[in-house]
Design a protein around this ligand. Structure first.
Ligand SMILES: [Zn+2]
Length: 384
């Protein structure tokens, strides 16, 4: 199987079934070289070519389980798993269900929203099956394109995310050192995150976009507490502005660890000094030390503030106005003239920036052993 750089962003891996399976070629070769040979000879040739196909697929980091001539099985169909019992799934594109007859989801199946499978175990999730019978499944109104006036004013006031752009380039550079065509899972990828342009524009990266709702940037809907994938299948995972919105961040990070390949990379951005956003779906905040402990099963490559105390102050001004009854839109307008405060962040230095940061990032590599709890006080002292 080969990926095509022309595949749709966010669903590149899902669309590979449209490509010519190299194993199909083996069938043609057999027909030409062994047109009148015995069945046993053709069978031996078939087995040999199947083995060669699997070796080639493994070399490309994409394991093909179905190598029958003429087969066109997508990466998702091979790697997606039932979020309840981890069995393989069937009819992913038309009527997704679990392949294990003993599993509840073999009978009830999973819904489709905008043609994308909703691979959520509803019995243990905050999300209901009914929500995926309307719109894109999002419980909140969203500006997925980030082109609305409100989104533009927000970007003007609070600034662009240059830290994410820098870290994105670093993330991609590290991925390409270990794989020529890395497969990257984006959790919370329904809306393209700030500073991730390079990730989405790089044709050599295979993106698997997921979120709790469907968009043009996702290929399936999932709850990150139970990622519906086989173990150790991703080279990298990008999770930006998501961990504050999940009920159990430690469970989600354990899932990230499970589906990452050995030595795989994770990049996370999570708020610290930010008020409640996304209404009922906002649960946690992290200091830099708390964020590090959250990723205790990863070795740190780099970590630090995404935006400083100035941006945090802008958030406070806006939410102060909201608390006085200004409303969401008016509070943003009142905050607008204070946009210059964020430029003062450039003057801030040292550990005190992280102590008052609006948000933090962590770039790490999957490790086999957790860090020692005794190292945490020293970790704070060493923060730059
Ligand atoms: Zn199942």
């Amino acid at each position: 199987m080969k990926f095509s750089p022309t595949l749709a962003v966010g669903c590149r891996a899902a669309a590979i079934s449209n490509q010519l399976d190299p194993c199909q070629l083996n069938g043609h070769i057999a027909n030409r070289l062994l047109p009148h040979s015995s069945t046993k000879l053709r069978l031996a040739f078939d087995l040999l070519t199947r083995w060669a196909c699997m070796a080639e697929a493994a070399r490309q980091h994409i394991v093909s389980l179905d190598v029958a001539p003429g087969a066109a099985t997508s990466w998702l169909e091979l790697m997606a798993r039932c979020p309840r019992c981890s069995s393989m799934l069937q009819n992913l594109k038309s009527q997704p269900s679990c392949s294990d007859p003993a599993c509840e989801y073999s009978k009830s199946g999973f819904p489709l929203v905008h043609g994308q499978p909703v691979l959520i175990d509803f019995a243990t999730s905050i999300f209901d099956r009914d929500a995926y019978r309307r719109h894109n499944g999002s419980p909140l109104k969203r500006d997925v394109t980030l082109r609305s006036i409100g989104s533009r004013l927000h970007q003007f006031t609070f600034g662009m995310n240059r830290v994410a752009a820098f870290n994105c380039a670093k993330f991609l550079g590290l991925l390409k050192k270990v794989s020529g065509r890395p497969v990257v899972l984006v959790i919370g990828g329904g809306t393209i995150g700030f500073g991730t342009g390079e990730l989405y524009n790089d044709a050599s990266i295979e993106l698997v976009g997921t979120d709790v709702y469907a968009s043009q940037h996702t290929c399936l809907v999932a709850d990150a507490h139970k990622l519906p994938f086989e173990e150790k299948v991703f080279d990298g995972i990008w999770i930006q502005a998501v961990l504050e919105h999940v009920l159990e961040p430690h469970t989600v990070v354990a899932e990230i660890h499970r589906v990452l390949k050995r030595g795989g990379l994770v990049y996370a951005e999570t708020p610290f000094m930010q008020q409640v956003h996304e209404r009922a779906y906002d649960f946690s905040r992290f200091t830099q030390s708390g964020h590090r402990w959250l990723f205790k099963d990863f070795s740190e490559i780099s970590a630090g503030p995404v935006s400083g105390a100035g941006v945090a102050l802008l958030w406070s001004i806006r939410y102060f106005c909201r608390a006085l009854g200004a409303g969401n839109k008016l509070s943003l307008l009142i905050c607008l003239p204070f946009f210059w405060i964020r430029f003062l962040d450039k003057l801030a230095r040292g550990r005190t920036v992280a102590d008052a940061a609006s948000g933090l990032f962590f770039l790490g590599r999957r490790a086999d052993q957790a860090i020692d709890p005794h190292s945490m006080p020293k970790y704070y002292d060493l923060q730059l």
